[in-house]
Design a protein around this ligand. Structure first.
Ligand SMILES: Cc1cc2nc3c(=O)[nH]c(=O)nc-3n(C[C@H](O)[C@H](O)[C@H](O)COP(=O)(O)OP(=O)(O)OC[C@H]3O[C@@H](n4cnc5c(N)ncnc54)[C@H](O)[C@@H]3O)c2cc1C
Length: 481
């Protein structure tokens, strides 16, 4: 039977759904619809030729986690395995801004949990009182908790509020540009609760897990990126689609998705055009997917629209090394919410990935905006550039003009898995059970990082194929009864 699949959204989740769907040979026609003028969604790499080399500037994500297997697996399948670079093993420092000064992150973090008593005793990030409070983690038994708990509440009760605010919050909440007192522990770092329940202590649990982890020869990095940026993954996928007859449509905004018949779908474009399809994957941000489904299922649409996304921006600046007074001897620094800065973090890109700047130059990226403060974030290029330069002046003492700069504004980009997110996921899953042939993918649900988004595309395709098979076997059963 000639089966058609339409995928809405050409970010990494939608592209990965198309890739895995094409591999199943289930569909005679696969179409990807993307409203923007480029593929990749949040993945946006700019390569700027400069003095015989290149600046590789990432506007959105700049690396992906190697420990979640789906990113590496896809890269290898696309022939990018040999092009993956780890982070610089020679200058691995990370700093935390504390009272306007950079303090090194203590050694011995395992699963982002401090485990090395010596380095905790030495750190200036936490007072002596705070250090003593951290020790309670070894003594207090696991607490019975009814329902969801916030990341902030959980870490504060295990390690103390000070350690949470000064050390853990900028690392963990920073990944989501979120507010840790709102983020759901179960949806962001569920393993922390598992460590508590199993080992009665985060530090004991993190150490035990580290011992169990398979030892990797050499210094394999936890973070990877292709040589000329993450866009390589997108470019390879697009080449693959062009070679395999997948229909690619940029500048094509979908307005709504409705049933054509109980078994088939109508994907209605802004232009009024209608595409018939047997199955649909919505790989758009959750509130957009909600909007597209308003006519079909208002209850499902309302849950999807309740998933909040924070807005952020990145500002990349390049300098002559001679204009940077401080040795950029690490990957950069994170900024706790309590410091009251408008920046969230600063990556020393050309140290973290030396191949991203020509010799003799530094590339630095300032990450701006976080949940709860993003409404006040400036959106215009001039103000964001000024904000980033002020951050670099205050913290790194850089006053020179950058030799180049790039500003990227990401409106409603970072999903907030806030308290109640697990219940929303259960409602979404149950509602989708009533709509065989429809699936959701993307960063709004079970993981914000690139590997999770890739997996979400794969799982979405598996689910619609499965839902169609169940439906077919039910109708076969009914007709043979
Ligand atoms: C600044 C920043 C830094 C980040 N850093 C990292 C990092 O270092 N590592 C990491 O792993 N992750 C990082 N992330 C997160 C990660 O990049 C994203 O979660 C992921 O790329 C999202 O992929 P997606 O396909 O779900 O969504 P998107 O990339 O948002 O794709 C959704 C697509 O849907 C399209 N669309 C929307 N509405 C419609 C419509 N009506 N019709 C058709 N198309 C539509 C959009 O144009 C978009 O292209 C970062 C994110 C940001 C913003």
């Amino acid at each position: 039977m000639a089966m058609k699949l339409v995928i809405v959204g050409g970010g990494i989740a939608g592209l990965s759904a198309a890739y895995y769907a094409a591999n199943t040979n289930t569909y005679s026609q696969i179409t990807i619809l993307e409203s923007d003028s480029h593929w990749g969604g949040k993945i946006m790499t700019e390569r700027v030729p400069f003095e015989g080399g290149n600046f590789i500037i990432e506007g959105g994500p700049d690396t992906f986690l190697a420990t979640k297997p789906w990113g590496v697996a896809l890269c290898k399948e696309l022939g990018l395995g040999e092009r993956l670079h780890g982070t610089n093993p020679h200058k691995r420092n990370t700093y935390v801004l504390h009272r306007n000064r950079l303090q090194p992150l203590p050694d011995g973090l395992a699963m982002m949990i401090p485990t090395n008593v010596q380095s905790i005793l030495k750190t200036r990030l936490v007072s002596w009182f705070g250090k003593a409070r951290m020790g309670f983690d070894f003594l207090q038994p696991a607490k019975a908790v009814n329902g969801d708990e916030s990341l902030g509440a959980f870490v504060s009760r295990r390690l103390g509020r000070e350690a949470y605010e000064n050390l853990i919050e900028p690392l963990m909440s920073g990944i989501y540009a979120g507010d840790g007192d709102q983020l759901s522990l179960a949806s962001t770092f569920p393993y922390l609760r598992d460590l508590e329940l199993k080992y009665g202590s985060l530090a004991r649990g993190a150490l035990a897990m580290r011992k169990k982890a398979p030892s990797t020869p050499g210094s394999r990095s936890a973070f990877l990126t292709p040589t000329t940026g993450l866009a390589e993954i997108v470019e390879k996928l697009v080449d693959h689609f062009e070679a395999n007859g997948v229909t690619l449509r940029l500048n094509t905004r979908v307005a709504s998705v409705q049933h054509l018949t109980p078994d088939t779908w109508n994907v209605i474009l802004d232009s009024g055009e209608r595409l018939e399809s047997d199955s649909v994957v919505l790989a758009t941000p959750a509130p957009v997917s909600g909007k597209l489904l308003e006519a079909l299922d208002p209850a499902l649409a309302s849950v999807l629209q309740s998933i909040h996304y924070a807005s952020t921006a990145t500002v990349s600046l390049a300098y002559r090394l001679g204009d940077v007074p401080r040795d950029l001897d690490g990957y950069g620094y994170v900024i706790p919410r309590r410091e009251g800065r408008r920046a969230l973090a600063c990556t020393w890109t050309s140290t973290k990935f030396p191949h991203r700047a020509p010799d003799g130059y530094a590339l630095i990226r300032v990450f701006v905006g976080r949940a709860g403060q993003d409404a006040d974030m400036p959106r215009d290029e001039t103000s964001l550039l000024a904000l980033a330069r002020e951050e670099l002046q205050l913290t790194l003492g850089i006053s020179a003009e950058p030799i180049l700069s790039r500003v990227f504004v990401w409106e409603n980009a970072m999903p907030q898995y806030n308290l109640g997110h697990p219940a929303k996921l259960a409602q979404i899953d149950s509602a989708l059970g009533n709509h065989p042939g429809l699936a959701l993918a993307g960063n709004g649900y079970r993981g914000i990082g690139i590997p999770d988004c890739i997996n979400s595309g794969k799982v979405a395709v598996e689910k619609i194929i499965e839902s169609r098979q169940v439906e077919n076997s039910l109708s076969l059963e009914a007709t043979t009864r």
